[in-house]
Design a protein. Structure first.
Lengths: 169, 102
């Protein structure tokens, strides 16, 4: 077993354990903090995959902005923080069955695909991942249009969020 | 090296846990937390396929970034809706928000 495999298994355990805590814990502040731990594990996976830019924006955007936004939202709705009654609805067993089915279904589907146990080619020496990614994002032959569409979507969503949450005097 | 299978199984498990959270949690904010887990599992898959395919094709990373933008938009609108509903109806329990139910 190589070092990369040991790191992967350790991080995978952290991610799955934190994810289970996110969906089962009672206190929503704790759920948001467990989400931070799961997101940090995913950032480590990006680093293992040599996707350095994704690892950085995972920490900056997901942990720095989205998780903090969740904590703010939990605090703004604090009266329901420790819900009266159960945290899960009465069909929780159906949800558990469906997610177990989706997991086994996905794994069975993957097993029939011949690239399933592929190992990566050696990473090219001196390969500039971030530079390549920047070129791909702004070059008209590559992905400038999806990138601009995503920017417009984000702008529209933020204007909509301000409008929805605005208090009328 | 880590085989591709491990990444795919990990992201399938993460997706299923997120699906469980979306389906069974009663609190609307907790449902959004489940959606975040599902979006992250998709991103792990995109990055893994970029690394295990041709690294010169940046499509995997570019679409991971677009998923980031979509996740940020979804969280902003979702939390604004939850806070707005909380202000008007004083609840964040998804079952009690039945304004549009026939």
């Amino acid at each position: 077993m190589t070092l990369a495999q040991i790191i992967f298994l350790f991080v995978a355990l952290i991610i799955l354990g934190s994810a289970l805590m996110v969906v089962t814990t009672r206190n929503l502040i704790h759920a948001a903090l467990w989400l931070v731990s799961a997101l940090f594990g995913v950032a480590v996976l990006y680093a293992l995959l040599h996707a350095s830019f994704l690892a950085v924006i995972q920490v900056v955007i997901y942990i720095g902005a989205i998780a903090i936004l969740f904590i703010f939202a939990v605090m703004l709705t604090r009266r329901d923080l420790r819900d009266r009654g159960p945290q899960l609805n009465r069909y929780w067993w159906a949800g558990a069955l469906l997610s177990i089915f989706s997991f086994t279904g996905l794994v069975l589907l993957f097993r029939n695909w011949n690239g399933f146990s592929r190992t990566p080619a050696d990473f090219p020496v001196g390969f500039d991942t971030v530079g390549k990614l920047g070129d791909a994002l702004i070059s008209p032959e590559a992905y400038v249009l999806p990138f601009e569409v995503a920017s417009v979507l984000l702008l529209a969503a933020l204007v909509g969020a301000v409008y929805v949450a605005f208090t009328r005097k | 090296m880590v085989p591709l299978a491990w990444y795919l199984i990990l992201s399938a498990a993460l997706f299923s846990i997120g699906l469980f959270g979306v389906l069974v949690r009663r609190n609307a904010i907790a449902i959004l937390l489940g959606i975040e887990l599902m979006l992250n599992s998709v991103n792990v898959n995109l990055a893994a396929f970029w690394r295990y395919g041709d690294v010169n094709q940046m499509a995997g990373q570019v679409f991971a970034i677009i998923v980031f933008a979509v996740a940020a938009a979804e969280v902003a609108v979702g939390l604004a809706l939850v806070i707005s509903v909380y202000r008007n109806r004083n609840t964040v329990i998804a079952e009690d928000i039945a304004l549009m139910k026939w």
